[in-house]
Design a protein around this ligand. Structure first.
Ligand code: ATP
Ligand code: MG
Length: 471
């Protein structure tokens, strides 16, 4: 393994290990990714048979730079940055668990104890950095064979492993999804048996893993595993509600669970943006609650986009996702997700396009990506028709955009101008006038400039019985 340890930090760690007369190993994700030839997130975990904090200080002293060491005494871990790499040091430890917490009781241990406490065989491999055995792979659970066969397996009894720290169930699915590995059957069954235990883990940690699943190459694979193991129903029940298709009078509707996952994968092919992926996940979330069978028409999901947008904040709150502009972005895309398609089905008028551009603002490109991804029909004629019309919408968007520049647009007459002109305080009338001007411009009734907007404002003021002040 020696030739793989190209980062000069390993040489330094090796020297320090010699001087301090302790053993040191690089372990976990870095070793796994090295053997997989996979880009690592640039974090390196070092285990020493001694104090991780003292060791980190010695390493820092050797790096002739001003390297600050952050340490967490309670956890016995220390961290430093080295040319963009995050290096973490910890003393080898032995862990034991209590039933009601995923926080273990920790004591000093051997390297073997430390490898036993790891989540998966592929994450338990270590490379010795001590001079005499430099570069030697320590692989007690044959992780290398699991890497070759693409298998996620726990080092010890999976029931105990998952029950001790239920977050590992999410991690198993996360690694399976990121690496395109299979979860070994007894391990999979143990997750199914222990899925209820996920409730002792904080939602922040669960969502952190869920977001990593969503950011994988083919995120649907992770959702299917979450579903099959029973975890999805516990952490994100609304998503499970999308499952299945009902048939009345011989008419069925599409299974929105599979449809949503297809849309998610489609989006994942064209964008890495986590929040656009969330918009895909949630775009039809209100279909189950808005579903109706109407005689003569068939299945309807009336206003599911409005209802869906309304559901977003609660889902974000429950999953402890950020309640900030990212959430508003997702709400907006869910709300607007049908608009480009509706446009494409109809005669594409300038005013309809202008309106869409105004409402979507700078998120118009993402909305178009989502909408394109939403076309999953199995009927090739339908798909061809949609795509053709969709291209017309795209073309029109470009034209109108060049002409009117409606992205981040504000109406040319502001509230301040309205208040000043008529000498009125902030009030309902100001809103009415402003909205009417916006409408008129979007409808193409007046041009998008100050003069025409100002004239319209005067006319509207008169109608509302307002007097123009002479200032
Ligand atoms: P990534 O590339 O996502 O960082 P990683 O394997 O490095 O993957 P980390 O969360 O950084 O994952 O954890 C580093 C190592 O610590 C893991 O490889 C594993 O050996 C161990 N580990 C992390 N979390 C757990 C856990 N919940 N239970 C047991 N071992 C864990
Ligand atoms: Mg890591």
């Amino acid at each position: 393994m020696k030739k793989h340890l190209t980062n000069p930090i390993f040489e330094i760690i090796s020297q320090v290990a010699g001087e301090m007369q302790v053993q040191a190993f690089v372990i976990g994700g870095f070793v796994r990714d090295l053997l997989l030839n996979r880009d690592n997130k640039q974090d390196i975990d070092i285990v020493v048979l001694g104090s991780g904090i003292d060791f980190a200080h010695q390493v820092a002293a050797k790096l002739n730079e001003d390297t600050p060491v952050k340490f967490f005494k309670n956890f016995g871990t220390a961290m430093l940055n080295f040319h963009g790499w995050k290096i973490e040091f910890v003393g080898a430890r032995k862990e034991s668990y209590r039933r009601n917490s995923r926080k273990p009781i920790v004591e000093d241990g051997t390297n073997e104890d430390d490898q036993n406490r790891r989540d998966f065989t592929i994450n338990a491999m270590a490379i010795n950095l001590t001079r005499e055995n430099y570069g030697q792979l320590v692989d007690p659970f044959n992780g290398i064979s699991d890497l070759k066969e693409k298998i996620i397996r726990t080092p010890l009894d999976p029931d105990i492993t998952f029950s001790d720290d239920p977050l590992r169930m999410m991690r198993a699915i996360r690694f399976a999804t990121q690496l395109c590995f299979t979860i070994e059957p007894s391990c999979f069954e143990a997750i199914t048996r222990n899925c209820e235990r996920i409730s002792i883990v904080s939602m922040e940690r669960v969502s952190d893993e869920l977001n990593q699943i969503i950011q994988a190459g083919v995120p649907s694979a992770g959702f299917r595993l979450l579903d099959e193991t029973g975890l999805l129903k516990i952490i994100f029940p609304e998503f499970c509600e999308l499952k299945g298709s009902e048939i009345i009078d011989g008419k069925g509707h599409k299974d929105n669970f599979h449809h949503t996952l297809a849309v998610l994968d489609n989006v994942a092919e064209v964008s890495n943006d986590l929040w656009l992926r969330w918009a895909a996940i949630l775009h039809d979330i209100a279909k189950p609650v808005t579903k109706k069978f109407v005689q003569g028409t068939g299945w309807t999901f009336h206003a599911h986009e409005f209802k869906g947008a309304k559901m977003v904040p609660n889902i974000f709150r429950q999953l402890k996702l950020p309640l900030n502009e990212k959430m508003h972005y997702v709400e907006k895309l869910v709300l607007l997700h049908l608009r480009p398609i509706v446009l494409a089905e109809d005669v594409v008028t300038d005013s309809a396009v202008r309106r869409l551009l105004f409402e979507a603002g700078e998120d118009i490109d993402d909305l178009m990506l989502l909408c394109n991804a939403d076309i999953t029909s199995k009927n090739p004629n339908k798909v061809r028709r949609y795509l053709a019309n969709f291209n017309i919408v795209r073309q029109k968007l470009r034209e109108i955009e060049e002409k009117d520049q409606l992205r981040n647009w504000q109406p040319p007459v502001t509230g301040e101008v309205i208040m000043k002109t008529f000498g009125i305080p902030p009030s309902k009338s100001v809103g009415i006038i402003k909205d009417a001007i916006t409408e008129a411009i979007l409808e193409g009734e007046i041009a998008n400039n100050f003069d025409e907007a100002y004239q319209l404002m005067l006319r509207l003021g008169e109608k509302l019985g307002l007097d123009k002040k002479n200032s």
